[in-house]
Design a protein around this ligand. Structure first.
Ligand code: F6R
Length: 613
């Protein structure tokens, strides 16, 4: 986690740094800071709280320097405080550093440095790394670049670091392992960021730095080396992102904008890939690993959080349509539990950011054991995208709200396409049924729009009725079970109300004990093959006086008459229905969060890109 920015060039660095930090706040927002180089002195300003607090503090400082670095933090080592905020300053005062990631062997390094008389002003692993670099430079009497290389060979963990040195008034030193770093190339200037969003509007040419690379960045020179001190040629790519896509566009919050983006995001994820008329799916990534997929004895889906919920739906879909065994794994468990993997396995990696540390390492491990990786990723050029053997991007556009919404529905869309394509390749799906499903899929964007157009006021009213509840239960069966999980997660994240998702029938094996007249129970009960069963589950809750809120198909009298409050969505085939039923749950969470006064775009304790394990 944590967002980092840097600038070196011919204009004042400060505006780029402060605006860039605001764009990267989704990565962490418990403290922030900047360092500017004034030729012979380094000036550091940092503060606990969001970037806005830093901005107030920096309003009065000298801002004219053309070189600087900045950081917005998601605490790992040490509470959010002024001292633990980055940049950190070395013992001599001659180096400053910002760091994103975790130095796992920091305790041993700190021990070494303490014995040598170093003192520390923060509880962070980052300050240890900085002093470790300084110590190496002083002891070996070597150039800073060399000291960084030696230090990085000795640390374990993940990092992106940016360093300024009093000695080098025109240079930023940067290195990466496991956390992302992008360098934008301008005319006589360079822009650095954890992702490319800060540099939109400045440049379209970017270089994604790889693991174990060190960059020495001056206004008109970018030197790239590996840790063995060999020069590398930077691979310059064109940035495919527009400024408007990372702005709120008149909405009060990014989360609401992104919920409303969904008809377009789903359409964009289908565009050029789905030809419902001809009954054809084009996914070149699937074609490129066709042999592996056809021979695969099983498919393993690896993800975290909301992406894991999409993965669970992927399991239902792929098993049903393609008749192949699918397992869904939490990346954090998968990476440590020594799973049996070999070259016959195909792994689907699901990730919005493409940088989630647990997912990334789980994939690296699986790849080492011979598995083929298919990435379904939103951020183009991200680490997971680059690690994958093949893949299909979700075209959701940048997702800024910390709680994932449009990235989730875009993931579901790509999983639908993947399952249909594989089913066609394997011949496991009747041609007419396949075409019918494709036609259903093509209709999803307009059905999502219909929900947004017709249900908003109703959902706002429901949010207002239940906003003070202490707990919520979300229930669904079959394809709607992962949606119940996702609805509960969304509510927890943005309203801080405790919520649990459960398979509707499983509820009677325990959670039913929670039900009384104070418990709102959200049923995802669209018409499908288990509809009658879920109606019985609704009866069971009703007879225990639970409050029933139900997401139901438009013509469903039975479910609606049972419910205290109802949200209607258009009828759809049960396989595509989750793409619709999740929309009201996102809106419900959003409005409950807003009513309760939460910062829905940046809920407490969370970060968008979880690059620590
Ligand atoms: C929840 C949410 C998280 C992410 C999870 C994985 O709203 O956004 O649960 O889904 O951290 O992130 P990605 O998809 O970037 O790997």
């Amino acid at each position: 986690m944590c967002g980092i920015v840097g600038y070196v060039g011919h204009r004042p660095a400060y505006p780029y740094l402060i605006e860039g930090l605001k764009k990267l706040e989704y990565r962490g927002y418990d403290s922030a800071g900047i360092a500017l180089h004034f030729g012979n002195a380094l000036k550091v300003v940092k503060k606990a709280g969001k970037v806005a607090a830093l901005e107030e503090l920096t309003a009065v400082i000298e801002q004219g320097s053309p070189i600087g670095i900045g950081h917005t933090r998601w605490a790992t080592h040490g509470i959010p405080s002024d001292n633990n905020a980055h940049p950190h300053t070395s013992q001599s005062g001659k180096l400053v550093l910002v760091h994103n990631g975790i130095i796992e062997n920091y305790a041993a390094l700190k021990e070494e440095l303490l014995k040598k008389g170093y003192t520390f002003h923060s509880d962070t692993d980052s300050e240890v790394l900085l002093n470790f670099i300084e110590d190496i430079q002083q002891n070996n009497n070597c150039a800073l670049e060399e000291a960084i290389r030696i230090a990085l060979k000795r640390v374990s963990g993940a990092y992106v670091i940016l360093l300024l040195s009093e000695e080098y008034p025109q240079t930023i030193f940067a290195a990466r392992k496991g956390s992302p770093l992008v360098i934008g190339i301008g005319q006589g200037e360079h822009f650095l960021g954890s992702d490319a969003s800060p540099m939109l509007g400045y440049t379209k040419e970017v270089v994604y730095i790889n693991d174990y690379e060190l960059a020495i960045i001056k206004p008109d020179e970018l030197i790239l080396k590996n840790l063995g001190n060999e020069r590398l040629t930077p691979f310059v790519q064109q940035l495919d992102m527009e400024l408007a896509s990372i702005e709120k566009g008149g909405y009060e919050h990014f989360m609401l904008k992104e919920i409303y983006d969904q008809p377009a995001a789903i359409y964009d994820s289908l565009r050029g890939r789905l030809d419902a008329q001809q009954g054809q799916i084009t996914l070149s990534g699937v074609d490129s690993i066709k042999d592996k997929l056809m021979a695969a004895r099983r498919i393993i889906i690896v993800a975290c959080g909301t992406s894991w919920h999409a993965g669970l739906l992927g399991e239902y879909l792929i098993e049903e349509l393609c008749r192949v065994n699918v397992e869904v794994e939490y990346a954090s468990e998968f990476r440590y539990r020594n799973p049996v993997i070999d070259e016959h396995d195909v792994i689907i990696a699901l990730s919005q950011s493409g940088e989630t540390a647990d997912t990334l390492v789980a994939l690296e491990n699986a790849k080492t054991q011979g598995a083929t990786i298919f990435g379904i990723v939103n951020v183009v050029g991200s680490s997971i995208a680059r690690l994958s053997d093949a893949g299909a991007y979700t075209h959701a556009g940048p997702e800024i709200g910390v709680a994932s919404t449009k990235a989730f529905t875009a993931q579901l869309t790509v999983l639908q396409l993947f399952a249909l394509k594989l089913a066609q390749m394997k011949g496991t799906l009747d041609k007419t049924v396949a075409q019918e499903l494709m036609q259903e899929l093509a209709l999803v964007p307009e059905k999502v729009q219909h929900i947004l157009d017709t249900q908003l006021e109703n959902i706002k009213k429901i949010a207002s009725t239940y906003k003070d509840a202490r707990d919520f239960l979300y229930l669904g069966r079959g394809y709607n079970f992962p949606i119940a999980l996702e609805g509960a997660l969304k509510l927890k994240e943005v309203s801080y109300i405790h919520a649990e998702g459960y398979p509707a029938a499983e509820m009677k094996h325990g959670p039913i004990a929670l039900v009384d007249e104070h418990l709102p129970v959200v049923f995802v009960a669209t018409k499908d093959r288990v509809h009658e069963k879920i109606i019985s589950n609704m009866q069971e809750i009703k007879s225990r006086r639970g409050k029933l809120i139900a997401v139901v198909s438009e013509d469903d009298q039975t479910a609606s008459s049972l419910s205290d409050d109802c949200i209607f969505i258009p009828q759809a085939h049960e396989i595509v229905a989750p793409l619709l039923s999740v929309i009201p749950l996102q809106l419900l969470s959003y409005y409950i969060g807003v009513e309760r006064g939460s910062d829905v775009d940046k809920p407490r304790n969370l970060a968008k890109s979880v690059t620590v394990e």
